[in-house]
Write a protein that binds this ligand. Structure first.
Ligand SMILES: Cc1cc2nc3c(=O)[nH]c(=O)nc-3n(C[C@H](O)[C@H](O)[C@H](O)COP(=O)(O)O)c2cc1C
Length: 375
């Protein structure tokens, strides 16, 4: 039954739905998808149907990774369920008070695909970058974006999630990024602590927190946060803020760091008590409409660099017996690209671009291709 459903879905998405969707630009599609998610969130009936669809297409595959019991080892990466942008904290709070859905997809996406990482959220709300900010490259099955950490800020996000606590999924993560432009280490630590506490103080305990040290599309320099000293400070600040609340901490890092930098980072994660590393975020590349700006590349063009990062991290982990799980992320588009990560040492995986090229049930297709050895 599952195999037949997935075969029909694969045919329909690749040959009909994707062709129709790709008549619109990546940016228009992205906005339409968020509007669709917001309306799906509203309907309990649709959410029950989405959950039924998930039970039908996802084989039961529980696993333990990074201190978390996952219903499935393929996690929807941060960046889709991250919320609207606002100029000020007051405006974001007012939208929550009016009952607006400031985080489209919070309810529907986990029902349909299982584990989802919400965010990135920053300490204060951000409108993100103006103009065209999302692209796709169909020949390589890649995406590119410079959304620029558009999000409602941690305070409004936490109040919003608290308001909906009874309908939150059993398994979800919250990804928190350091605000771009904050360079003083002390200020960064305060922001990180306040951001984690914003959720915990509202009694929102996700299955895991991710500290995102690697957002490339804000003209900020994420590389400077991934030095030994800075990473250690930020991880400690996050872990101190989590305190006795007992939520595992994961950290998301960049592709194309020097091999020695990956070796240092995984040692720091082991020493500080970070339970998993997500390798990697997007590749910083010139934006298609303005080479002076940077936009992060995901999908096919990221795959080799992300796999290389996982390879170095996994070797170092085995050599030193580090207690840090590795979550591969970058161009996981089918069973073959997923298998490469698994064989290289990834304990689980995250995906984003696969949603674009293989549709909302991408993870179910990828899992089934891995199981049956076809792509
Ligand atoms: C439109 C878009 C927005 C994203 N926003 C975030 C974000 O806010 N935080 C984050 O950690 N990663 C973000 N990402 C990166 C993804 O989580 C993922 O790391 C990256 O796309 C690589 O995975 P992929 O090759 O499967 O696309 C975003 C990606 C896309 C395409």
């Amino acid at each position: 039954m599952r195999a037949i459903f997935l075969a029909v879905y694969r045919f329909a998405y690749t040959n009909i739905i994707r062709r129709l969707i790709f008549r619109s630009s990546a940016q228009e599609t992205h906005q339409q998808m968020l509007r669709l998610l917001a309306s799906l969130d509203r309907s309990p009936l649709f959410n029950s149907l989405l959950a039924a669809a998930r039970r039908l297409v996802f084989p039961p595959h529980e696993c333990s990774v990074g201190g978390v019991r996952l219903t499935n080892p393929l996690i929807l990466a941060a960046g889709l369920v991250k919320g609207e942008g606002f100029e000020t904290e007051e405006q974001a709070a007012a939208a929550v008070a009016r009952g607006e859905n400031i985080i489209p997809g919070w309810r529907a996406m986990p029902r349909l695909v299982g584990p989802v990482e919400f965010g990135s959220f920053t300490r204060h709300p951000r409108l993100g970058n103006p103009g065209v900010i999302v692209w796709r490259d169909e020949t390589t099955h890649s995406t590119q974006n410079r959304i620029g950490l558009r999000n409602p800020g941690v305070k409004a996000a936490a109040v919003f999630l608290a308001r909906h606590r009874h309908n939150l999924p059993a398994c979800f993560g919250i990804n928190i990024a350091v605000s771009p432009g904050i360079t003083e280490p002390d200020r960064q630590e305060i922001e990180i602590a306040e951001s984690f506490r914003a959720f915990l103080d509202q009694n929102i305990r996700p299955s895991w927190f991710t500290l995102n040290l690697s957002c490339p599309n804000t003209e900020d320099d994420p590389g400077s946060r991934q030095t030994e000293e800075q990473t250690r400070r930020l991880c400690r600040a996050a872990l101190d803020a989590i305190g006795t609340d007992n939520v595992p901490l994961w950290v998301k890092i960049s592709p194309e760091l020097a091999p020695e930098q990956y070796r240092v980072l995984i040692r720091v994660f082991h020493e500080t008590g970070v339970q998993a590393v997500i390798a990697t975020n997007t590749l910083p590349r010139p934006a298609p409409n303005d080479p002076a700006l940077t936009a992060g590349v995901g999908g096919g063009k990221l795959h080799a660099a992300a796999l290389e990062a996982v390879c170095i991290l996994a070797r170092e982990k085995t050599l030193n017996n580090y207690a840090v799980d590795i979550i591969g992320c970058g161009g996981i588009l089918d069973g073959c690209s997923y298998r490469q990560f698994r064989e290289t040492g990834a304990d689980a995986a995250q995906y984003w671009s696969a949603l674009v090229y293989r549709g909302p049930l991408a993870a179910a297709l990828i899992e089934s291709e891995l199981q049956h050895g076809n792509t």
